[in-house]
Design a protein around this ligand. Structure first.
Ligand code: XIL
Length: 477
């Protein structure tokens, strides 16, 4: 080989190596991009949405809205569109609270599930004490006014909420007592007339598996369809108890879609008897993954919504005393194992969930599974080469209580970008990041340590990370 040929040969080899590196970098950044958009982008890639409930009060909590905007693309007002808020007295309407939620959703590119029009709960007493002869016109007036107000702005309406008893009989509420079972068809027709573009749902709980109540809902939807009543979907609230996601859920969702309606998981939470152990959080991760897998398995399942953003916002502790920790985010808005399990169920990288879970969230007064009641110590070591570095970190719980999960916040040097991780999930990849335990190393007894690390690209600054904190408490170096 001549000198020139050898040089050309070498140049070609260098070019090929550079091309391979470029490909690898593209693949890595594509992977990061998939999870960098939160649950919503993973869900969208699968053709579904991922939603949350939000209340007016939630909108004033920056740590909460940061997670909401990063993770979710559908919003259900927690209370603001219910009858007691929207028409507290006969004919006098207040849409300001609901409007605020809709504005927030629109400003953040999220759609809205309208919730709800007719329900025996959160119903003002002027309705429940009406003489029977006046109930139909009150109901129709309420539906027409509210649906017209939000016309074109909501994706779907829960037209009738929770109409059934657990034994599959219809509740004998003021609507049933005045109009019989026909109130449901009447409500759907009235809503359709006011906004023909909104998807109209019936929504209920304890209908997720095959049982007497879901059989009754199925029979009702089949008969509404047969009569040509406008019904587009059934909402499965999915307020589960730990370890009790029904094994028949996918099959049950599927039989509803065979009637020609969409199905959606509308109010998902998974309550744990408190205090939650790390085994409980692992079971909860399995439960959340199962629900998402069930929805993905059914082509007519349009999306999954969690009821509230984090454990601090959940209705569970107030309604089911002794239970809590029911959502994917702890009370500091740090992702729990359930979050990673949902990322994985949606086809994302379990080791790189970009929670964007607001590392700046203030610690809650009550503490959380990730908040040390005491402190933390961090030891780390860095190995660098011209364009890269590896970093090993050991976190020690110097507090007095066992942590069930941990999320360590720290700041990377300028120009450093995490490309792979071990023993923790780290997100985002630059700047202030959060390292979260994986399913097997979340429990840290007092004095115990967990080691994890990452590889990063760097452009000259290969200093070790700084400003470590756990649950808002700075760690000792
Ligand atoms: C709950 C809200 O989250 C609470 O704030 C309120 O006090 C009671 O209602 N099924 C539903 C939701 O359809 O509207 C309920 O929301 C939870 C159960």
């Amino acid at each position: 080989m001549s000198v020139h040929a050898r040089l050309r040969h070498r140049l070609l080899a260098v070019a090929a190596a550079l091309a391979a590196v470029a490909l690898l970098l593209t693949a890595l950044s594509a992977r990061a991009g998939a999870t960098g958009g939160g649950l919503k982008s993973l869900a969208e890639a699968k053709g579904i949405y991922f939603g949350t409930a939000l209340t007016q009060g939630n909108l004033g909590v920056p740590a909460l809205t940061a997670v909401a905007a990063a993770q979710f693309d559908m919003v259900t007002p927690g209370n603001e569109m219910k009858w007691d808020t929207t028409e507290p007295s006969d004919g006098s309407y207040d849409f300001a609270p609901g409007d605020q939620i809709v504005s927030y959703a629109q400003a953040n590119g999220m759609r809205v599930r309208g919730h709800n029009l007719v329900w025996d709960s959160q119903l003002p007493s002027w309705v429940s004490s009406l003489p029977s002869a006046q109930v139909q016109s009150a109901m129709e007036g309420h539906i027409t006014t509210e649906v017209t107000h939000y016309r074109g702005q909501v994706y779907s309406w829960d037209v009738v909420n929770e109409p059934f008893n657990d034994d599959g009989t219809l509740k004998q509420d003021v609507f049933f007592n005045a109009m019989g079972s026909g109130y449901i068809a009447d409500a759907l027709r009235t809503a359709h007339a006011a906004d023909p573009g909104a998807k109209l749902y019936l929504n209920d709980y304890n209908i997720e598996g095959e049982n007497a109540k879901s059989d009754a809902m199925y029979t009702l939807v089949r008969s509404l369809k047969a009569q040509g009543v406008p019904i587009d979907g059934v909402g499965f609230e999915s307020h589960f108890i730990l370890g009790q996601v029904p094994s028949t859920m996918a099959a049950n969702l599927e039989r509803f879609t065979a009637l020609g309606v969409d199905v959606a998981v509308t109010e998902l939470d998974d309550r744990i008897p408190l205090p939650a152990t790390s085994a409980d959080l692992a079971q909860q991760a399995d439960d959340y993954a199962a629900v998402v897998q069930d929805c993905l398995a059914v082509s007519g399942c349009v999306g999954v919504s969690q009821w509230g953003v984090g454990d601090a916002d959940s209705w569970i502790p107030g309604t089911f005393p002794g239970y809590g920790a029911a959502t994917m985010f702890d009370s500091d808005y740090q992702p729990k194992p359930a979050y990673g399990a949902v990322v994985a169920a949606l086809g994302g990288s379990a080791t790189g969930p970009s929670a964007s879970a607001s590392a700046s969230a203030p610690p809650s007064a009550s503490g959380s599974p990730g908040a040390p009641a005491g402190g933390c110590q961090v030891a780390d070591s860095v190995d660098a080469w011209n364009t890269g570095m590896t970093e090993n970190i050991t976190l020690t719980n110097t507090g007095a209580t066992t942590l069930g999960a941990w999320s360590l916040v720290f700041t990377l040097g300028g120009g450093q970008a995490v490309s792979s991780t071990w023993n923790a999930a780290i997100s985002p990849s630059t700047g202030q990041v959060t390292a979260t335990n994986l399913s097997y190393n979340g429990t840290l007894a007092p004095g115990a340590s967990a080691s994890f690390g990452f590889q990063a690209t760097q452009t000259g600054d290969f200093a070790a990370p700084a400003s470590f904190s756990l649950g808002g408490v700075s760690c000792v170096g």
